[in-house]
Design a protein around this ligand. Structure first.
Ligand code: SF4
Length: 340
């Protein structure tokens, strides 16, 4: 487990302005065989020892290829998937040991915005009912006039007009639907929102608009975000820090500008080399780092450094020795034998 630097450490290891601390998180799924008698023959190690902390008001980008465990991490953080190991401290309390009543209260304070703005909204419900559903579930704002006023306020917050409250999802564009999803997440005034690929289903021209909605909300409401994406270009504008995941583990965490200007982990370098640059001349001179092969199965991950079969810098020791996350100073942490 990495030593995450923090000021004013409490007895449980968290610090005063830390909203979230994840320690050695594991989410494994059993793989079984047999029809009548099921026998466990292995486990998919979707998340395998993830640690990081998050300050109040901060946005952490969580990036990596499909299948790296970033969405599973997000679901564990909001208690939608059970952790099979480690601790998740939210405002100092370990959510992995919460009772049902505590989980319900926790879901008022932590919300998720989903990837698919088409599939995540019930087509038979009006926008007002969709956004107000969390208020109903938690028995809040039973007064109809106050309820309507709250829906209008939430629509306004995400840049939609209050008169749209009585319309149905099919009457909106993809970008507008995602704004509705964001308004629903805001209904209970959460302090942390986990956004799982919130713009990847949208046209590129709309993505920036929705990212701007998130940034404006953060400025106005002081929200804390975890922004999950497979594309480093998307998280660049919104993130204060970025964590890069590969095959169930974090391989590098760094403040945004440091990560983009000087990536330390070969996998981060490869991901960044695929991000297009606006300047045509610079783009023409840039060398793209091609990572060979596919992401290996999390059922049977490679020994040593999990990236070694694909790494252009791999050395002999990479095949056998797991690189520990090492503190490189200035908030940078990296797991690679090139940076002990
Ligand atoms: Fe590449 Fe070795 Fe570093 Fe892994 S530890 S990223 S294989 S150089």
């Amino acid at each position: 487990m990495i030593n995450i630097p923090s000021a004013d450490v409490r007895s449980n290891g968290s610090s005063a302005d830390e909203i979230l601390r994840v320690e050695n998180l594991h989410v494994h799924f059993p793989v079984t065989k047999g029809i009548l008698v099921k026998k466990q023959v292995g486990s998919v190690k979707a998340v395998d020892g993830v640690s990081f902390s998050l300050r109040r008001g901060e946005t952490l980008g969580l990036v990596g290829e499909s299948g790296c465990g970033k969405s599973t991490t997000g679901l564990a953080l909001i208690h939608m998937l059970a952790a099979t190991g480690g601790r998740i401290l939210f405002e100092g309390d370990d959510i992995t040991s919460f009772s049902k009543a505590q989980v319900k209260d926790f879901h008022r304070r932590v919300q998720m915005v989903y990837q698919d703005p088409y599939g995540s909204l019930n087509p038979r419900m009006t926008v007002s009912d969709i956004i107000g559903e969390p208020l109903e579930v938690h028995g809040l704002d039973k007064d109809r006039a106050r309820y309507r006023a709250r829906i209008a306020e939430l629509l306004d917050l995400v840049g939609l007009a209050p008169y749209m409250a009585d319309r149905y999802p099919h009457e909106f564009s993809g970008g507008q639907r995602q704004r509705i999803g964001i308004a629903r997440a805001l209904a209970l005034e959460p302090s942390l929102i986990v956004c799982d690929e919130p713009v990847s289903a949208l046209d590129v021209s709309i993505q920036a608009q929705v990212v701007n909605v998130f940034m404006e909300l953060q400025r106005r409401l002081g929200l804390t975000f975890i922004f999950i994406a497979h594309d480093l270009a998307v998280v660049r504008h919104i993130s204060d820090r970025i964590a890069v995941m590969y095959l169930g583990r974090i391989v590098e965490i760094a403040p945004r500008d440091e990560l983009y200007s000087n990536p330390l982990h070969p996998y981060t370098s490869a991901l960044l080399s695929a991000v297009p640059v606006a300047d045509v001349e610079t783009e023409a001179k840039r060398a793209r780092i091609i990572v060979k092969g596919e992401v290996p199965s999390p059922l049977n991950p490679p020994s040593g450094c999990r990236f070694h079969p694909r790494c252009p810098m791999a050395m002999d020791k990479c095949k056998n020795e797991i690189p520990a996350l090492s503190d490189q100073g200035s908030g940078r942490i990296v797991a690679c034998h090139l940076h002990p």
